[in-house]
Design a protein around this ligand. Structure first.
Ligand code: NAD
Length: 338
């Protein structure tokens, strides 16, 4: 595996990806080919002549795509993101294609964006901006609430959840957390670990920071929403399918959900990262979500800071270099139980 300059097919490329990768590649001698196309079974043949495929969050690296990539001679899938729910890891292992990822590039980027969404939605900054530009200086409809002394629920206290706990703590809030593996450092900070029913029942704001797994798929469903405090604010900067969109729409219609902030959406593959401003959006659920005055959506941009994008490029290339030098990588994704 001593190839020091493997050819890399980079999918879902945007200008900012090329800029960051070319900058970091000055320290390497990789040969990246940049493809705008999303990776799926239809576009996989573009990878012919490369040894590595570099994929992002909305590329579909399912069994069929992997089988085609295998026939193209691909040895490594280098994800330039932390989550790997879009890759069939078992199938990759069966085909002897290794998968690496960027487990941490800036938990601050995502945690800070989460806080930004909460503040903007609560104080209606997105509406105030347009009003003031329009010469409308009335305050009606812009009333928010103090975060001070509210109860904040954090589901998933890994790298991002931990930074978010530390940030929001500065507002003088009470924090309840749920994680399968509680973090002792956070307990020492006064964060109280509880089971989900108590968290749902007591929290004014619930922020999701756990990964998408079979267990967490649609964890925010009609039953979870029924158990929540009336007027709860739900915030999702993790992965779209953690929330059942139809259930949350019903919750918003009934007023049970008072505010919803999303940076991710369960069917975002068909929408996010593209300029669709001249197109008719076909996803009626997404369009319905946009009609609520108390919903704020950003298009999967929580990670998008200079520091994070630089770190993504650096770790991706370091992962590829390590793999081709040693045949493995510290950031390799191994199927659960293997
Ligand atoms: P992490 O692995 O450090 O932390 C995840 C935490 O979730 C862990 O503590 C884990 O124990 C916990 N967890 C696992 N299963 C759980 C369950 N069933 N219930 C409750 N908790 C559970 O990951 P991280 O770096 O903090 O990232 C969290 C998530 O954020 C990622 O999985 C990814 O989906 C998302 N993310 C989003 C963006 C964005 O731009 N919006 C960027 C990066 C990551």
């Amino acid at each position: 595996m001593q190839n020091q300059s493997p050819k890399i097919a980079v999918f879902s490329t945007k200008n900012w990806v090329i800029q960051a990768f070319d900058e970091v590649n000055k320290n390497h001698s990789f040969e990246p080919s940049y493809f705008e196309a999303r990776l799926d079974k239809k576009t996989a043949p573009l990878a012919a002549g490369h040894e590595v495929v570099c994929a992002f969050v909305n590329d579909k690296v399912d069994a069929k795509t992997l089988e085609i990539l295998k026939t193209q001679g691909i040895k490594l899938i280098a994800l330039r993101c932390a989550g790997f729910n879009n890759v069939d890891i078992e199938k990759a292992q069966e085909l002897d294609i290794a998968v690496v990822r960027v487990p941490a590039y800036s938990p601050y980027a995502v945690a800070e964006h989460t806080l930004g969404l909460i503040l903007a939605l609560n104080r209606k900054l997105h509406k105030a901006y347009h009003r003031v530009r329009d010469g409308n200086f009335a305050l009606d409809g812009l009333m928010g609430f103090d975060l001070h002394q509210k109860t904040i629920g954090i589901i998933g206290t890994g790298k991002i959840g931990q930074v978010f706990c530390q940030l929001i703590k500065g507002f003088g809030v009470r924090i309840l957390a749920y994680d399968k593996y509680p973090n002792e450092e956070l307990k020492n900070l006064g964060i109280e670990y509880v089971e989900l029913p108590k968290l749902y029942q007591q929290c004014d704001i619930i922020s999701l920071h756990c990964p998408l797994t079979y267990e967490t798929y649609h964890m925010i469903n009609e039953y979870a929403i029924v158990a929540m405090k009336p007027g709860v604010m739900i915030v999702n900067t993790s992965r779209g399918p953690l929330i059942d969109s139809n259930a949350v729409i019903e919750g918003l219609k009934k007023g049970k959900v008072g505010n919803l902030a999303l940076d991710v959406y369960e069917e975002e593959e068909a929408l996010f990262f593209e300029d669709l401003s001249e197109k008719v959006i076909q996803d009626d659920t997404f369009v319905r979500l946009q009609t609520f005055p108390n919903v704020l959506i950003t298009a999967h941009q929580a990670f998008f800071t200079k520091e994070a994008v630089h770190n993504i490029a650096e770790t991706t290339f370091a992962n590829i270099a390590e793999f081709f030098k040693t045949g493995k990588s510290a950031n390799q994704v191994i199927p659960v139980g293997k």
